[in-house]
Structures are given as structure tokens and as C-alpha cells.
Design a protein around this ligand. Sequence first.
Ligand SMILES: Nc1nc2c(c(=O)[nH]1)N[C@H]1C(S)=C(S)[C@@H](COP(=O)(O)OP(=O)(O)OC[C@H]3O[C@@H](n4cnc5c(=O)[nH]c(N)nc54)[C@H](O)[C@@H]3O)O[C@H]1N2
Ligand SMILES: Nc1nc2c(c(=O)[nH]1)N[C@H]1C(S)=C(S)[C@@H](COP(=O)(O)OP(=O)(O)OC[C@H]3O[C@@H](n4cnc5c(=O)[nH]c(N)nc54)[C@H](O)[C@@H]3O)O[C@H]1N2
Ligand code: SF4
Ligand SMILES: [Mo]
Length: 755
Amino acid sequence: MAVQPVNPLRIIEGFGPHLAFMSGDRLSTAVEPDKLVKTHCCFCGQQCGIQLKVKDNAVIGFEPWDEFPFNRGMLCPKGVKRYLQGSHPDRLLTALKRDPAAPAGFSAMGYDEAITRVAGEIDRIQKQHGNDAFAVLTGASLTSEKTYLMGKFARVCLKTRYIDYNGRLCMVSAAAANKKAFGIDRAANPWADILKAKVVWISGANVAECAPITTDYVWQARENGAKIIVVDPRITPIARTCDLFLPIKPGRDVALFNGVLHLMIENDWLDHPFIEDHTVGFDALAESVREWTPAKTAEVTGIPERSIRQAAEWWGTASTSFLMHARGIEHHSHGVRNCLGAINMVLASGRIGREGCGYSTITGQANGQGGREHGQKAEQLPGGRDIENPVDRVHIAKVWGINEADLPHAGVDAYEVFRKIDRGEIKGLLSICFNPKVSLPDNNFITKALEKLEFYVAIDFFLNDTAHHADVVLPGSLQEEDEGVVAQLEGRVIKINKAVDCPGDARQDWRIIQDIAAKLGRTHGMQFRGPRDIFDELRAASKGSVIDYSGITYEKIEKQFGVFWPCPSEDPSGKPVDHAGTPRLFEPGSWNPIAKGAGPFYFPDGRARFNVAPYSPPAEETDAEYPLMLTTGRVVSQFLSGTQTRRIGPLVEQYPEPRIEMHPRLAAKLGIADGDWATADSRRGTCTLRAQVVTTIRPDTVFIPYHWARRKSANQLTISAQDPISKIPEYKVCAVRVKKADAPPEYANELESQQ
Ligand SMILES: Nc1nc2c(c(=O)[nH]1)N[C@H]1C(S)=C(S)[C@@H](COP(=O)(O)OP(=O)(O)OC[C@H]3O[C@@H](n4cnc5c(=O)[nH]c(N)nc54)[C@H](O)[C@@H]3O)O[C@H]1N2
Ligand SMILES: Nc1nc2c(c(=O)[nH]1)N[C@H]1C(S)=C(S)[C@@H](COP(=O)(O)OP(=O)(O)OC[C@H]3O[C@@H](n4cnc5c(=O)[nH]c(N)nc54)[C@H](O)[C@@H]3O)O[C@H]1N2
Ligand code: SF4
Ligand SMILES: [Mo]
């Protein structure tokens, strides 16, 4: 039977302040809860406020949390159904060991025995092959306390240089561009500024499906008279309600930004005083975009010239504006340049650092922002400090009570970790909150590498697809089983509150990590009593840095509905202050620890940087053999590798399986009808799925959502080309060919095992 996915628009149409009331979940439980816990959603970076209903130590439903200012009670379908995870029969209640004789390939083992085994293997591998033979991979769904602990665990306890995290697949291109241009990596504005913008420019962001609450902000801006411009190879739900849609060819965004800047210069739609007083590098940039005439821009991007001119005019002449982008421009081998192109356009307009004038990447994971701040990145120490900067090293070594000389140096990105495993340089791996077998590109290579490990331990609350290759799996905690902070997409630090205890042998993640440290006999700095203790050390470690959390407390977060960092604990003269946080960055006259009053940007001279951002084509161009472009991404009802959302029945029903989206003209050429089986081949792999024939995609491009594993995984096809600066993979474009196919024989079984 053909399974019909629900058109995402239908979900979006039902979306509004009343979604929560429509869901039934709120009303279904006639049972009186023991308590309501104010906390946040466990899924995307918007971190909607929600109240969890708790009865007998179980989360049984939710109530909206109307006072939380970001979402004011609104939730998307995932937030509404998240509470169903905890009671799922697959929830890990014991540690597991690999056991080929057991029916599922794993059998239960005692928690203490598991910790002993893990510590023993770490010790053995490090003694035999050196400290760097053991690597750690972490995730940005973890609270900031845990991400801080993981960085410290790798560098102080394991003394390995190899730690990196799944945000490497996510916002690192934007992060690198923000640091290059502004000297700081955070949304420049609170979302309230969107409402006051007269032009909202959205590049490569499927806002309605991936940042549903942001849709409400965009629509409110439109009601206030804003023009909405959307740039995407697909007419996504937000594009269907925009004023101007630019159907870009995948991988060409920097050409568009350069082309718009060319027209801004030609028509003198520039803020000369701002450029003069607050930036450097404009002349070189202006010279570099001279070649980007509207005709050339149209040819490279595939966007009609008149649309480019219209977009440039609206952007160039706006009184206020907000530019946002997401992975559509970032997941590229030139992702950093794409983001720099966007920032150049913003800086040339001078519309930043004041009300209604803003710029931001739309952060993806729950703690996508906080997860890139406090030291789980290969090259970073807490407070966004640089692991190769001698002053930063000394500061953190002091906080950690170790010699600077004993602090490891920079490691490598998450994909490179797998290349090192493949080459036999890394022999052991601990992963927490990461599912690389599904989420990394060209994932047949990842599977091969995983099987080469001498020892692999995964910490998760479900046996995710990567953990199937583990020797030991430790039962970690769901978000509602622990407390701690996360930074949501605006840069607002908020508090996750504990609602229930861990079931069975499951433990809070930070306890598991410290249990391993204790068993190794390496307890130095790894004896925190809880998240509050860890947070206090994080605050001290971040003090005086760009990402200053020293003035943030759990109490201040509760009182203010979150605190925007930087939030120092001292004023410029060193006097203690009760700082309220910094919702909007770069305001004229604002002080920061780097510029020290010289200007609003985070460089010693206080000026923002224009960066020349040349265009180059994607790593893999189409040709006669592989004539189509594949782009990949998301659907509203599924989340990332699907480990969590493929176990939530109502979300599975909404979009049960991945499909290959293609335009009717392409489908006709290939002899494929809607619902037919089709095979997509790339130079790396092959994937057979049903076709979804839609008029909302470019005819030269096909799209596959990536939330599924094994035979249904889009990442069998994707390319492992990476941006040279950020190391983000090029998920958004590679070359494929598509043909009509028969149903894969194992299809029936896989549907059964989907949950
Ligand atoms: N429902 C849901 N929501 C989520 C997530 C989820 O898995 N499911 N994940 C969260 C996370 S971690 C992230 S990172 C965000 C991602 O949020 P988004 O970045 O908005 O989502 P994607 O689907 O990855 O890609 C966005 C859009 O980029 C377009 N695109 C592809 N190639 C190009 C290109 O070359 N140029 C341009 N301009 N556009 C292009 C795609 O057609 C797609 O519509 O969502 C977060 N929210
Ligand atoms: N083709 C393609 N591939 C992509 C993308 C794309 O657009 N296209 N997008 C990329 C992006 S933007 C991202 S962010 C990555 C995501 O990449 P993944 O790391 O695969 O993301 P998750 O699915 O969140 O996997 C995290 C695992 O952590 C577990 N987990 C969640 N919270 C916790 C916790 O608090 N504690 C513990 N112990 N475990 C936890 C979950 O159960 C899950 O098994 O995928 C990337 N891959
Ligand atoms: S998934 Fe994102 S938009 Fe949906 S409820 Fe959770 S935080 Fe809000
Ligand atoms: Mo992401």
C-alpha cells in the first residue's frame, strides 16, 4: 500500500497560537498531574517554552507556557508529541554489550561492569597507542554544562586532542563567517526585531518546517508591511507566502549576494557614513563584485535577471531589514563564503545594531548556539577561546588546575576523526548525543570505519543506528531527566528543568562521564556534584571572554525568561555589576571586552570586516553521467537522524518514509509517476525510494529528506567534500542520476522495523 505523506502545508496552515489546543494531548489526560514543570522543548534551536505534566515520575502530557516570550504558548507538531519518547519500549534501561548470539545483537550488562569495561578499554588503548588514539564525539542537544564537561573530560581526563561534535555538520560555516566579519558568533538581534523590519530576506531556510515559530515572526512582519524575499531551489511553505521568490540553483548563493551588492553600489544604495565609521575593507570588496553584473549573476544562479534587480532594489532601499539564513547556504564546500556574502550585503546597508535592523543564522539543534561556545569543538576552549592562543590556554589551564603544557592542542573535525579511524590512527571512540552513521555524508564510509575500531562506547537513551556498532552502550538521560542551560537561537540562555528521574539503570549523562573518570582513577576536576556546580565553573572559565557568562545565574534566567549573553559580572572598570544581558549586539556606543569602547564590533578597533567572497562551483558538478543536482534537508515532523522522532507514532504517520521530490517535467522525462519507485545513484551510493512529484522544485534538482537510516538514508549519496575553513560537509549539492525502479525486496521488513 502506498503511504501518502501529509503535505507539510496542511500542518503549517493549522499552525497558530491554538495548535497546542488542537492536538488533544493537553486534554486527553483527565488524570490530574502531580506537577507542571516549566521547561523547554528538546528538539530545535528555538527552544519553545513548554510545561510538562508529570504524574508518578512520568511525563504524561503538556500544557502551553504562555508567558515564555519567544513562543507565547505556540508549539510545532514535534513539541506537542515529544513527551511520548520517555515511555517508548526501546528506551534503554540497562547498559548493553555487543553479543552476536543475542537476538538483537546486544545483551544487558550491569552498569558498574559496563563502566569498568569502558575504563579498562580506554586505559588499554591509551597505554598501547598513546592518548590521542582515543577520540570523543559529542552533540549540541546536550546542555551547556554537559558540553563544557565533555571538553574538559577529553582534554583533562583523557588528555586526547581528538574531540569534536555534531554541530560540525550544522552551523560552523555561519559561526566562522560571523567571527571573521563581526568578531563574535551569535545572532545579532532578538527576534522581536523581525517585527519592525520592512524587508525580511530569507536564504536557504525552510522556516515553516524547520523553525516553525519563526514563521509567526515573519508573518507578523508582513502584516506590519514588510516585503518577504525567499531564496531556495524549492518553493517551501514560507516561500508560498513571500513577495519575491528567487529559485536559486543549489550551490550558487555567494554569486547572488555579490550580484545584489553590485547593484547596490551601481545605484548608490549604500550607507556611506556607516561604512566609513564602522567597517574596514569595503574598497576591495567593491572591486571584487564589479564582475557580478545582473546578466552574469542570472546565468550562474539560474534566477531571472528581473528578480535579482527587484530583490536588490527592495533590499537596497529598505529603511529597516532583517536577513536570515540557515543550512541551505551553509552546507556547502563554500559555505563560509556564502555566509560572508550575506553579511557583506547587511554591512553595506548599514542596517545592523539598531531596532528593526538585524542579521542572523537560524540555529538548528536544541543547544546549537550554546553547544558551539564552551569547548567541545576541536579548536576551541570554553568561552569561545582559541586552543592555540597562548593567553587563552593559560587562562583555561588555570581554571582547570593543570599546567598549560599538559593541555592538548587542536584536534580535527568530526569527519576527519573517521578518516583517522579508517587509517588506524584512532583506535577507540566514545560518542554521546551523535548519530554519525546516519548523519555524516557518504555514510557507507562511516560504517566501514566504525567496524575498524578496537573499542567503541556510545551513550544514548535509544540504541541509535551508530550505536549498533558499539561494544558497550551506556543508558544516558532524556532532556527531561536533568537540568542545565542551553542558549537558544537568539543568544538567550535559558534553563532546562528536571521533570522526572532516570528510569532503571539509566543515569544523567554527566554522572556517567564522571563514573568513567573515577574508574580510570583520573578524578582531577571531574567531581562535580551536579549541573549547578559545572555551571559555576563554566561561568568562571568564560569570564572576560567574548562569550561571557559570568553574570548569568540560574536565578536570573528564571526571573528574566532567559539572559542574553554576553553578560559580564563586572563593569569596564572592574566593579561588580548586576548585568541584565545583551539582547541586541552592535548598538552604537556599546562596550565590549575586545573593542573596549573603540566601536560596537568585537575587534580591537571596534570595526566590522568586509570580506571578499569569490564564487566557485560546488565540489561535484553535474555531467552527462550524473545530470541532476541532489539537495537534502528536512520535513516538519521528523528531527535529524530520526532516532527520537521515528519512535513517535503520530509524527511517523505525518511523513512515514523519505521520498525523492522531483518536478513533473523531470518525472515525465524519466517516465516516473507520483508514488512510483525511483533509484537515485551518485558516485558513492544508491538509494531506492518512492517519488513525490511536486511543482515546487527546480526541474534540474531532486530533494531527499535525510532523517532515515540504512537503505533509506540520503547520506548514502552525499559527498564528503567540506568547506576548507569550517569543515562543514556539502550536504546541499552533489550530482546524481535518477531512474524508475522496482520495489526493493526488503521493503516490507524495513517498514516494520521503522519504529
Ligand atoms: N522539522 C525539523 N526541524 C528542524 C530540524 C529537523 O531535523 N526537523 N533540524 C534542526 C536543525 S539541527 C537544523 S540545522 C535546522 C535546519 O533548518 P533549514 O536549514 O531551514 O533546513 P534544511 O531542510 O536543511 O535546508 C533549508 C533549505 O535549503 C534549501 N537549499 C538547498 N540547497 C540550497 C542552496 O544551494 N541555496 C539555497 N539558498 N537554499 C538551498 C532546501 O531546499 C531547504 O528548503 O532545522 C532545525 N529544525
Ligand atoms: N544529508 C544530510 N545530512 C545531514 C544534514 C542535512 O541537511 N542533510 N544536516 C546535518 C545537521 S544540520 C545536523 S545538526 C546533523 C545531526 O546529526 P546527529 O548527531 O545524527 O543528530 P541527532 O539525530 O540529534 O543524533 C543525536 C543522538 O543523540 C541522542 N540524544 C539526543 N539528546 C541527548 C541527550 O541529552 N543525551 C544523550 N546521551 N543523547 C542524546 C539522540 O537519541 C540521537 O541518537 O545531521 C547532519 N546531517
Ligand atoms: S521542535 Fe522547535 S519549533 Fe517545534 S516545539 Fe520544539 S522548539 Fe518549538
Ligand atoms: Mo543542524
